[in-house]
Design a protein around this ligand. Structure first.
Ligand code: KG4
Ligand code: ZN
Length: 356
């Protein structure tokens, strides 16, 4: 889309409150005007994970200031907004309600259409802000603290098909739990990423979940699925054993070898899914997409397989309002009918449902 076309495109406001980030984004076409995020991550640190009630209260406090910040960054007034989009699910029920209620109030007060969108489709759509229109179909790997999914995306506004997902822990959750075992702070992903820089990824052979010959056979039902709880347990046992025998724990090596096991499985399955489903492009999103090793290995394996890799910058990979606005803008552009103002926030909204 050209800059001129974007300049004329409707102004879409996006609100995200599904987990611990209060995000408000403003998008025109595929042009990002503002992306304001307030995170409550510090309030969850001492619990080692996101506490739903704490997250909901933080959204309630942050939603209006974040909205004001987004408007002031973009230099627009709320009255100029042409459509409102909000994450309707999946996510933490109480957290979703805050954003959904705010979006409904705005849509009603401004008399504008409201789009209640799926969080996972929004993680895919955000890539349009950086790399232009999504190829159809694309395969998307979404990896965060809450989800690990492989999706076939023929049309991000209406046709998103699950290929695989984690059977237990999400990839980011595994990073967070292993970081805890290693005495690193929450969230664990960035801490392990940093610690791994000085480590040897081949120092310890940790297990690759659902990657044995039987798991990856073309007729295996878990061909595109993930499992990280066995890996997490293997790391904990390995560390315990070292501590029991009085030997020092080589933190950097454990971090690097764990990270390699996650990255190896994620990239192998994602590349295979793209090739086998006739997609020329692999999109990676979610907080774990910020991982430096994941980016390097994904780049290598995509190049080997003749695929284009599309990974938004880290700030657009973690939860934010711009991704919701990006999907809203695409829904508007394609003339999709908006959601009913009475739509419920749905904590277990199926990935196949793009719009509430
Ligand atoms: O998408 P996100 O901000 O929130 C949701 O969970 O939806 O993702 C947060 C997750 C956390 O588990 C965090 O540890 C992980 O993303 N993460 C990383 C990195 N940065 C964030 N994991 C690995 N490497 C990183 N550099
Ligand atoms: Zn997310």
């Amino acid at each position: 889309m050209t800059a001129h076309a974007d300049g004329d495109a409707p102004l879409v406001l996006g609100i995200e409150t599904s987990c611990d980030e209060t995000g408000v984004g403003l998008v025109r076409g595929t042009r990002l005007l503002a992306d304001a995020v307030a995170s409550s991550v510090d309030q969850h640190e001492r619990f080692g994970g996101v506490v739903p009630e704490v997250a909901s209260r933080a959204h309630l406090e942050a939603i209006v200031p974040t909205l004001e910040r987004a408007c002031s960054t973009a230099g627009v007034r709320l009255s100029e907004v042409d459509a409102v989009a909000v994450t309707a699910g999946p996510g933490l029920a109480g957290a979703l309600l805050v954003g959904d209620a705010a979006a409904k109030a705005l849509a009603l007060a401004l008399a504008r259409p409201l789009y209640g969108v799926n969080h996972l489709a929004a993680h895919v759509a955000v890539d349009q802000l950086e790399h232009g229109p999504l190829p159809e179909p694309a395969v998307a790997l979404l990896v965060s603290g809450g989800h690990s999914s492989l999706l076939l995306v023929p049309d991000v506004t209406s046709d998103v098909r699950p290929l695989g997902q984690t059977l237990d822990d999400a990839a980011g959750e595994a990073f967070d739990k292993v970081a805890r075992v290693l005495g690193l702070p929450f969230p664990g992903g960035p801490a392990i990423d940093r610690a791994a820089v000085d480590g040897d990824e081949a120092a310890i052979a940790f297990p690759r979940g659902l990657s044995g010959p039987d798991d990856v056979r073309p007729d295996s039902e878990h061909r595109y699925d993930f499992s990280f709880s066995g890996l997490k347990t293997a790391v904990a046992r390995w560390v315990e054993q070292r501590e029991r025998s009085g030997e020092p724990v080589p933190l950097a090596d454990v971090a690097a070898a764990f990270q390699e096991a996650v990255v190896d499985v994620l990239t192998a399955k994602a590349v295979r899914a793209a090739v086998e489903n006739g997609a020329g492009d692999l999109v990676i999103g979610g907080g774990v997409a910020a991982n430096s090793r994941l980016r390097v290995v994904a780049e290598q394996r995509c190049a080997e397989a003749g695929l284009r890799l599309r990974v938004p910058r880290p700030g657009l990979c973690t939860d934010n309002g711009a991704m919701v606005a990006a999907l809203g803008a695409e829904l508007v552009r394609r003339g999709r009918p908006p959601s009913d103002l009475a739509h419920p926030a749905d904590s277990s909204m199926p990935v196949t449902q793009v719009l509430a």
